[in-house]
Design a protein around this ligand. Structure first.
Ligand SMILES: C[S@@+](CC[C@H](N)C(=O)[O-])C[C@H]1O[C@@H](n2cnc3c(N)ncnc32)[C@H](O)[C@@H]1O
Ligand code: SF4
Length: 403
């Protein structure tokens, strides 16, 4: 099945109205596929292994029903981006992806140049599905490469080798207009010298976008248990910081500067979907454990669905949606969220928009003092963290946040 992304729906022709709470006209749809072939020991995403397989048509029906529910909550929006994330969306049948995209195009106005991303694991089995995803309408692939040597991949519990990942990347670059891949650095035993070589190799294979994450020891994961027991020793703070600084330097030199703390792109190739989140736009999150932010009647609502795939499906089958929570954010909460997300971006936040969302501006004296310390840069209406400020971003945001 394919969809005609260029065909506008005349009934929704006026859907470019800005969101009442953010002033941001674009709308995103996130689709969470919560299944993985195996659980990686560092990962705390909502991902589940079902050795007996899953009833994919039944899950698809639930996705379609929940999409219809969200379309009724946020009708007449202009979808600029769709993101299939996980879990491992490259375990989905291409027909499932196509059916979901068709439904999105039916419920909303899907921009003719909408960015449609799918996250894929770079095993050869999944690479065989790339052509099907492209035919379904996916135009951007994000590959979870994680490391470029087999010893590290094994330590990360990955199901693919470095060669397999590079072959999948090659194929992806031929099939899709836009391709990104993820690497994790500051891994156990990794040195700045080793990371320099690995990132150099990565940059030589990079298309237009890279996501480079510093390893986080997530509570409740096998890595956290080993870390607590002293059998997993990631690089210390100074070493991790050196690797972060090296990342900025090498990516910038290669023409892929950071546009967000962990995301690097050739100018113009930034992930539009992630920009929607960080710029405070509205988005609907479909599937188990997905989050949404939707402005309704001038109030930003934060919605989240049930995390267990089977509980979520049972809820959708009974009630038409799998919502576990639906909270109205206060003006202060919405503004704080905009600050928290926006300051991750190199472009920073729009101070006038912050004031419009929260009903009060940021404290000018605090901005001036942080600017004096070289931690923020003020440029007209915009406020951004400097490279020095980005190293202490959490503290910076706490100091800026009103109240
Ligand atoms: C939700 S995962 C999905 C991607 C896909 N399932 C995969 O593993 O290739 C998105 C990305 O988050 C990153 N990630 C997950 N857990 C992490 C952790 N504990 N520390 C750093 N990065 C992490 C990985 O780079 C991963 O590719
Ligand atoms: S890192 Fe990816 S493949 Fe591994 S468990 Fe998490 S979501 Fe699944």
């Amino acid at each position: 099945m394919t969809i005609d992304l260029a065909a506008p729906s005349p009934a929704l022709a006026d859907a470019r109205a800005p969101s009442p709470t953010t002033g941001e006209a674009r709308f995103g749809v996130y689709v969470h596929w919560p299944f993985c072939r195996a659980k990686c020991p560092y990962c705390d995403f909502n991902s589940h292994v079902r050795h007996g397989g899953i009833d994919e048509p039944r899950f698809l029906s639930a996705y379609l029903a929940e999409l219809a529910y969200f379309a009724s909550l946020a009708p007449a929006r202009n979808v600029a981006s769709v993101f299939f994330g996980g879990g491992t969306p490259s375990l989905m049948q291409a027909e499932t992806v196509a059916a979901i995209l068709e439904a999105i195009a039916k419920h909303w106005r899907l921009d003719s140049d909408a960015e449609i991303t799918l996250e894929a694991n770079p095993t050869s089995v999944e690479a065989e599905r790339f052509a099907g995803y492209r035919a379904a309408g996916v135009n951007r692939l994000s590959l979870g490469v994680q490391a470029l040597d087999d010893t590290s991949l094994k330590a990360l519990g990955r199901q693919h080798t470095a060669d397999e990942a590079l072959s999948a990347l090659d194929l992806a670059k031929r099939r899709f207009g836009r391709v990104s891949f993820d690497l994790i650095y500051a891994r156990e035993g990794q040195t700045a010298r080793g990371w320099r070589d690995e990132l150099g190799l990565a940059l030589s294979h990079a298309a237009d976008h890279l996501s480079l994450y510093q390893l986080t020891i997530e509570p409740g994961t096998p890595f956290a248990a080993r870390h607590d027991a002293g059998t997993l020793k990631p690089p210390n703070g100074a070493e991790a910081r050196a690797q972060y600084l090296l990342t900025q330097e090498l990516c910038e030199a290669a023409g892929l500067p950071a546009y967000e703390v962990s995301n690097h792109a050739r100018p113009g190739s930034e992930s539009r979907h992630n920009l929607l989140y960080w710029r405070g736009a509205d988005y609907a999150g479909i599937g188990p454990g997905a989050h949404s932010r939707i402005g309704i009647d001038g109030v930003k609502r934060a919605l989240a669905t049930l995390k267990s795939p089977e509980d979520w499906r049972a809820s959708v089958e009974a009630r038409g949606h799998g919502l576990a929570s639906d909270d109205a954010l206060s003006a202060d909460e919405a503004a704080e969220e905009y600050l928290l997300m926006g300051m991750r971006l190199s472009e920073g936040i729009d101070l006038a928009r912050f004031a419009a969302i929260g009903g009060r501006p940021l404290d000018e004296a605090r901005i001036a003092s942080l600017a004096e310390d070289g931690l923020v840069r003020r440029d007209g209406r915009r406020l951004a963290a400097t490279p020095k400020g980005r190293l202490v971003l959490d503290r910076l945001i706490v100091e800026l946040a009103p109240g």
